[in-house]
Design a protein around this ligand. Structure first.
Ligand SMILES: C[S@@+](CC[C@H](N)C(=O)[O-])C[C@H]1O[C@@H](n2cnc3c(N)ncnc32)[C@H](O)[C@@H]1O
Length: 399
């Protein structure tokens, strides 16, 4: 396989891009899923937004993430949004450099397990494994890659993608066994279900519940919170919402983080996502950070195209840091994606690509423009990178 072909295979999905109109109308929602949501509301009463989001994204028979056709949904130019690893494998090549430094800090264990949560169709896995091969590091012989995703269809696509690029030798079925290595998640936490709340007049919050509108559609209405954990989360973060200020609270991240950390014997948990510390996220002028994505169109109506559009909310990094501490992990720093990639020498990787005889001007320019988006603070360059560790020298930090 030539270098061009290898990059093409690693980037499967983006090469066959079609032009998508970001103003294209939204499709109707999945009628069966909508009927199930309505039936549950009629049976048990107004639903928390977190429950609605869980059904809209993860319902086994109609959820956005669980439906077949993974290649046409979710990340990718043919899909609904473009993540950094989908942009170009150079992102994974840089992460491979980071993993090599981590492997060194851990004393080069013979078995180094990378568990990627929300691995999707394998853009990051392919970039990392390709990067290790390119740099001819001995880590390539020690790494075992375990991909985890809510959608079995995506894991199938991931396996095919790695096999097509000749990168599947290190792939293993994921287990929960504590191992030495790294846990990675790029753009996963923003997909976890969130509760929606609103500042009340007495300084306490109200919760926004999903209910049925007179026209049979769905709408929100406020009521006392379904759980004291919502007010407790904001209190512990010293956040007081202004009357009428709408915000999202992700209680699910505590469970996710505890579960992921329990599988890390020693090593690092590395998270990349759009998020802010609580004081910034809940600033009154920011408002709700819930967004819906369909075919590269971004809007804020969660009740359009139910089951056909992605729903996401910006991540509360203060809550992530607290949950990691409770899971027994040490903070290893927080930075932006742009700074993280620059420190890993992503510019050098681009120069290296340019100097390969097999690199055409077109493919170099494609890599360069993908890199610009990865570093641009208005694109994914402003994403937060946070790392936590267990059981290795405290000198290893990401920032
Ligand atoms: C926004 S996509 C990101 C995909 C990939 N990490 C990337 O950067 O291209 C989110 C992925 O996470 C998966 N996912 C969502 N919730 C999950 C969960 N609770 N556990 C594992 N995977 C999940 C989805 O199926 C989807 O493939």
């Amino acid at each position: 396989m030539t270098d061009q072909e290898r990059i093409g295979a690693v980037r499967a999905g983006i090469r066959r891009a079609i032009d998508l109109d970001p103003r294209a109308p939204l499709p109707p929602g999945d009628p069966d899923l909508e009927a199930r949501i309505r039936e549950e509301i009629q049976r048990v009463g107004p639903m928390t937004f977190a429950r609605f989001m869980e059904l809209a994204l993860y319902d086994p028979a109609g959820g956005y993430y669980t439906l077949p056709d993974a290649r046409d949904r979710g990340p990718g130019r043919r899909g609904d949004f473009l993540t950094a690893p989908e942009g170009h494998p150079i992102f994974g090549w840089a992460i491979a450099r980071h993993l090599e430094a981590l492997w060194d800090a851990l004393g080069r264990p013979a078995r180094f397990v990378v568990r990627e949560h929300g691995a999707g169709t394998g853009a990051l896995a392919a970039g990392i494994l390709d990067g290790l091969g390119r740099s001819a590091t001995p880590l390539a012989g020690a790494i075992r890659y375990q991909a985890i995703d809510a959608a079995p269809d995506r894991l199938e696509a991931l396996r095919e993608r790695l096999a097509a690029a000749g990168l599947d030798a290190a792939l293993e079925t994921a287990t929960d066994r504590p191992e030495a290595g790294a846990i990675l998640a790029n753009e996963l936490l923003d997909a976890l279900p969130v509760h929606r709340v609103e500042g009340g007049r007495d300084g306490r919050i109200l919760e926004r519940f999903v209910t049925i509108a007179p026209n049979d559609g769905l709408r929100e209405r406020t009521g006392p919170p379904s759980t004291p954990a919502l007010q407790e989360r904001l209190d512990v973060e010293n956040i007081r919402l202004e009357p009428g200020q709408v915000a999202e609270v992700c209680l699910a991240l505590d469970g996710w983080l505890a579960g992921a950390a329990a599988t890390l014997e020693r090593g690092e948990l590395l998270l990349i996502d759009y998020g802010h510390p609580a004081a910034e996220l809940y600033r009154p002028d920011r408002g709700s950070r819930l967004r819906a994505y369909h075919r590269h169109r971004v809007h804020a109506d969660p009740f359009a195209a139910i089951g056909r559009q992605d729903l996401t909310a910006h991540v509360d990094l203060t809550a992530v840091e607290r949950a990691a501490g409770r899971a027994g992990l040490e903070p290893l720093g927080r930075t932006t994606q742009a700074q993280f990639l620059q420190r890993l020498g992503i510019g050098e990787l681009l120069v290296g690509l340019q100097s390969l005889p097999a690199t055409s001007l077109e493919s170099y320019l494609e890599a360069k423009s993908a890199l610009v988006r990865m570093l641009d603070p208005r694109a994914t360059g402003g994403f937060a990178v946070v790392a936590f560790g267990r059981g290795f020298p405290a000198t290893f930090r990401i920032a």
